[in-house]
Design a protein around this ligand. Structure first.
Ligand code: SF4
Length: 694
């Protein structure tokens, strides 16, 4: 038996786990005590090793034949095919005619290499990733107000020391169950405030005096937050000294919220005035300026995935600043990152506008520095591309070829019916994956890659803590790492830049390229990370780790937080009264993201075998729908068919569909690809639908 200490392959909590390899080669998972999971694992983590031995694992390159089937090929044939096709497409349509779609599941090394590959080997500006669907509004809101985007600017353990927590649009009890251990203190203090249109498993944690559940109309979260700031000011709970010394823009924000008096907010959101007052009081009384132990405000996808998502995050940060929280003990604002490397994936260059180290691709000094590390002329680095939804919208027209790494956009993107048509129009789709997925079914070439326990690398968790992901077993014969694949393809495309193949070497290059950037990793190496003492970026060369940022200054040049007055919009897809019901989407306990891995694990599919529609009994009665009936949920874009699950916990004007499944139950057949104008985040979390019994 050999034991390897590593982390779960799925979400950003990155729970610590042991992988034991028995003499017969079986891999067994057991929980490991790590500060984020405190010895816990959820069912997804417990069963994660099943994915290593699935019978449909891809172990040879596949090329689509003239008969339309994916047929086994040699690596040389596959690489030749891709290189020739790329040359042909770019020869006819220009270098931007090939795009790249990356992922927040890739290690830091792969995310970095993919950005470099797109810019130098393909020479395209069109690269973006599925984190755009996940973190972009939180990142944009934090960057504009706090001057820096690190999901949690403090260790998760700080939440455990607080007396109040405002949790907006996140169902952690299902998505990250071990995190609930950190909520014991706030629940004991009666300080857990959950904002969600459903009485989710997390909202249920507020029951029996542990807190307050606010159930606003989908799409009205921004108005709710403005109402809370209004009450904080009216009750004299704002921290004036903090606002004067650590922020700018407060006067404008203060004026803007005068329009959002509690009765108006109650009418807009459906949340009773007395609950608004109670929530504001809980948050204020626990804040340091009121001599409380601490108040934390966290946002999740439920309030971020809207066309006003960036403004909603900004309003949440304004509330935190009004209470004087960021940078104070056991207090502050943060967002809960979703994907395993959702944080690192947005730091090292696979975003359309970004170079490694969280640098802007439009900043001349950053371009010079990264070009020097890459050994190229700065002019060789293309300019800014476009966010993921816009990139996908160019498929089949401006973009003729697409590389997909670690993602399954045919299930996870908004309005997937349209995307499926665009994918069919492409001249080349290359998918790097270890399992067949709905997206590989559109591929001209599939390249089989190693997965989490078969290779070395690093991940950056929801706290901005950089972790070692360690190899426990060899990959199956025939499989290659993405680093090797990108290096060979770059070579075949005559790239002048050098592409490393060893994760530790690529990390060293990444660290060098990030030096002086906001996400500075230059003081780190695989060897240094091996001691697991907890390295939170920035970690400059020769410098210390930074578990808590903003204690003295914010990320802007003047050191202040820049408050921005915001006002609510309406959902882009508001078709009332013709379509009187709102659809919201989300996740369930035993499935992860597009389900490409977890839908194959029998223990998990037994618990959640297929898509469903959750609706209130009043709504069900109106449409004569009973528990278990097949029902439709239809927007102007597409129609979902799934069975009805009736629950008193959801608002009577709202239905919920999880987004893990493909086929007729796929939630994203109906969702809206309208995006936030600042972040490019699609409006997954509200669209108008008609429902009916099938
Ligand atoms: Fe932990 Fe997330 Fe893995 Fe569950 S899925 S074990 S919460 S890292």
């Amino acid at each position: 038996m050999s034991r390897t200490d590593t982390h779960c392959p799925y979400c950003a909590l990155q729970c610590g786990m042991h992988l034991d390899v028995t003499e017969t080669g079986d891999v067994e998972v057991s929980p490991r005590d790590f500060p984020t999971n405190m010895g816990g694992l959820c069912q997804k983590g417990w069963t994660s090793a099943r994915v290593l031995t699935l019978p449909d694992r891809i172990t040879t390159p596949l090329i689509r034949s003239e008969s339309g089937e994916l047929e086994p090929a040699t690596w040389d044939e596959a690489m030749c095919f891709i290189a020739e096709k790329v040359r042909s497409i770019q020869g006819k349509h220009g270098r931007d005619a090939v795009g790249v779609f990356g992922s927040g599941a890739l290690t830091n090394e792969k995310a970095y290499q993919l950005g470099k590959f797109a810019r130098l080997a393909l020479g395209t500006r069109f690269i973006d990733y599925n984190g755009r669907f996940c973190m972009s509004s939180a990142a944009a809101g934090a960057n504009r107000t706090l001057g820096l985007d690190r999901g949690l600017p403090f260790p998760l353990s700080d939440v455990g020391e607080a007396d109040a927590l405002l949790l907006l649009g996140s169902n952690v009890a299902d998505t990250m169950p071990p995190l609930v251990q950190h909520l014991g203190g706030v629940r004991d203090a009666g300080g857990l405030v959950v904002v969600d249109p459903r009485h989710s498993a997390t909202a249920a944690l507020t029951d029996n005096g542990a807190g307050i559940h606010l159930q606003p109309l989908p799409g009205s979260d921004l108005a709710l937050l403005l109402g809370l700031v209004h009450i904080v000011i009216a009750q004299g709970w704002s921290d004036q000294e903090y606002l004067e010394t650590r922020t700018s823009g407060w006067e404008e924000v203060r004026r803007s919220v005068t329009l959002w008096w509690p009765a108006r907010v109650a009418a807009r959101t459906g949340v009773p005035e007395e609950l608004l007052y109670a929530a504001a009081e809980v948050l204020a009384k626990a804040s340091p300026s009121q001599r409380g132990k601490g108040t934390v405000i966290l946002t999740g996808r439920g309030v971020e995935q809207h066309t006003d998502g960036t403004d909603t995050v900004t309003a949440a940060i304004n509330l935190a600043l009004a209470l004087g929280l960021p940078g104070r003990p056991h207090s502050g604002y943060g967002c809960l990152t979703g994907q395993g490397n959702g944080q690192g994936g947005r730091e090292h260059g696979q975003k359309a506008d970004q170079l490694p180290g969280y640098r802007s691709i439009e900043d001349p000094a950053s371009r010079d520095q990264v070009a020097a590390v890459w050994g190229v002329d700065p002019a060789a680095i293309p300019g800014k591309g476009v966010p993921a939804v816009e990139l996908l919208g160019k498929l089949g027209t401006e973009i003729r070829g697409l590389f997909v790494h670690g993602a399954n956009p045919v299930v996870s993107a908004p309005d997937v019916g349209a995307l499926q048509q665009w994918m069919r129009a492409l001249d080349l789709v290359v998918v790097c994956d270890f399992l067949p997925s709905e997206t590989t079914s559109y591929a001209h070439v599939v390249l089989p890659v190693a997965q989490w326990a078969e290779e070395e690398g690093t991940m950056t968790n929801l706290e901005g803590r950089i972790l070692r992901r360690r190899k426990a077993i060899d990959p199956p014969p025939g499989v290659r790492s993405e680093l090797e694949i990108l290096a060979e393809l770059a070579d075949r495309l005559n790239s002048k830049a050098r592409f490393g193949t060893e994760p530790a070497d690529v990390f060293d290059e990444l660290a060098h390229a990030s030096a002086g950037g906001k996400a500075d990793y230059s003081g780190l190496s695989h060897a240094r990370l091996d001691d697991e003492s907890g390295y939170y970026w920035p970690v400059p060369a020769g410098g210390a780790s930074t578990p808590r940022i903003f204690t003295k200054r914010f990320g802007h040049d003047d050191g202040l937080a820049h408050m921005v007055a915001v006002r609510p919009g309406t959902p882009e897809d508001d078709l009332r009264p013709e379509a009187p019901v709102y659809l919201v989407t989300g996740r369930v306990l035993t499935q992860y993201q597009s389900g490409a891995q977890t839908r194959r694990v029998s223990e998990l599919t037994k618990a959640a075998p297929e898509s469903f529609v959750e609706l209130h009994p009043t709504l069900a009665q109106r449409y004569q729908i009973e528990e278990g009936d097949m029902m439709s949920v239809e927007s102007v874009r597409g129609r979902i068919v799934a069975f009805a699950r009736i629950s008193r916990g959801i608002r009577p004007d709202t239905v919920f569909v999880p987004f893990h499944w493909a086929g007729e139950g796929s939630a994203n057949l109906a969702t809206n690809d309208a995006t936030d104008p600042i972040s490019g985040m699609p409006e997954f979390k509200v669209c108008a639908v008609q429902i009916g019994k099938v």
